[in-house]
Design a protein around this ligand. Sequence first.
Ligand SMILES: Cc1cc2nc3c(=O)[nH]c(=O)nc-3n(C[C@H](O)[C@H](O)[C@H](O)COP(=O)(O)OP(=O)(O)OC[C@H]3O[C@@H](n4cnc5c(N)ncnc54)[C@H](O)[C@@H]3O)c2cc1C
Length: 505
Amino acid sequence: MSADNDGDRDRDSAGSGTGRRDTDVVISGAGPTGLVLALDLARRGVRTLLLERADGLFPGSRGKGLQPRSLEVLDDLGVLPGVLAAGGPYPRMLAWEGTERRGEWDMVPRSEPTEQVPYANTLLIPQSRTQELLYERLTALGGGVRFGTALTGLRQDHAGVAVELSTGETVRAAYLVGADGGRSTVRRALGVGMTGETVDPRPMLVADVRIVPGTVADRDHWHVWRAPDGGVALCPLPGDDTLFQLAATFEDRTAEVDTTPAGVRALLAARTPLDGDRITDVPWASDYRARAALADRFREGRVFLAGDAAHVHSPAGGQGLNTGVQDAYNLGWKLAQVLLHGAPAALLDSYEAERRPVAADVLGLSTRLHRATADGEATQRGKDVQQLDLGYRDSALAVDTRPETSEDALRAGDRAPDGRHGEGRLFDLFRGPHFTLLTAGDAEPPAALPEQVRTARLTAPGGPYGTGVLLIRPDGYVGWAGDRADTSLDAYLTAVGLAPAGRPA
Ligand SMILES: Cc1cc2nc3c(=O)[nH]c(=O)nc-3n(C[C@H](O)[C@H](O)[C@H](O)COP(=O)(O)OP(=O)(O)OC[C@H]3O[C@@H](n4cnc5c(N)ncnc54)[C@H](O)[C@@H]3O)c2cc1C
């Protein structure tokens, strides 16, 4: 179902009588997904209300792996310097049998940065720290989070959404995004089902623990012990010399997981040679069972689902948070083009069309990795966890008019790689909320383009971009590619709210 064009911000809104809209977009949930979306919308000038049921940001290290593609997104959003300063490389794994070392290996792939892939490795950073940095940037841009306020219900019609809050208020908006996690209130209110399966029936524990320095052999490894009743792992976290993420599995499927500090201390003492009392503090602990599920739809009228609200993963391969970041990044510019720049509302259809197949693939990957790890078959992750090769070639928003382009050449729908450009880099050119139109060889840009499009002539020919004209979307994918700017490009520009200057859409 498509929503109407929303160019007119003052129209009456849904289910809410005759009042004007209070805001353009309500986002339910200030996890990583909601924060990235709010940040992207804030820098585009879209009025946004970000609701968070909890009184503060999530405090745990949970999703501690940021993949290279997410680092590129955070670069664009202006958060990367802080994230790199707060994070560190993934340590090598170190297996123990009691006090004996039994072998070391790399879990994540390691590569040197290249011109096209400047952030080549998964970054270790506690989820709580990532969220704090996103929140800092959001507030610096004038945005914020309404903490302690939950979405409790919603009504929508052709003109807008009325969002009910736990405070008893009703907020009227053009669009609502449910980024409220695996148990999403928004998804349930819409009646959208989740299709999926239990990946692993065994209970798991994850906790942040502070341990007296010197207790664990070193902070350069991710220490792993196996015991008959389940394994336990201690991963040192950057930013605090005493902090580790403790993860444990329980072979007994009926085991009651004790998440209290006493329970965590007892577990460490039972499964490792370490003294449980050396744990001074357990700032956060949680238990879960690995599940994989995909929402049957990512959109219902004016309401969208993103992040864990749309897909839940096994933690294996570190995909959940990263996939939510990419959902938000895909949706933000499209909402802004429709709300502020007169793009047809059909542009919003491309969100589910592009993101649901990606989420389905990523779910398959994390489930395979989880099962192979549990069976002892997989100790290493491949490059597919980095999310650099994900793209949208089959999307209606990927238009490639070049007649002879090989399958492995850069095509419309692919991630736009970095590269040298003048004194700087292409990512310097792409950074910001705009589109970028690249020309190379004899091709010329169209005579007139709206302000939202920056043009540049490629200065380092021979790279993956080839020759011709390429329009790079604000989320860093090649949208349109052709040998020359022609009427196909004009049509594309109109479809994304960039009617050539001087001509109304
Ligand atoms: C052990 C473990 C390890 C993991 N490791 C990784 C990893 O290395 N890499 C990775 O990418 N992912 C990892 N994940 C997954 C990752 O943590 C999640 O995918 C991620 O948190 C999803 O972000 P989100 O913003 O979509 O949802 P959430 O983080 O769940 O945030 C949703 C927010 O919505 C709020 N909320 C809920 N209901 C309402 C409501 N009605 N109104 C208002 N607010 C509401 C919640 O309080 C919460 O703050 C891991 C998960 C686990 C369990």
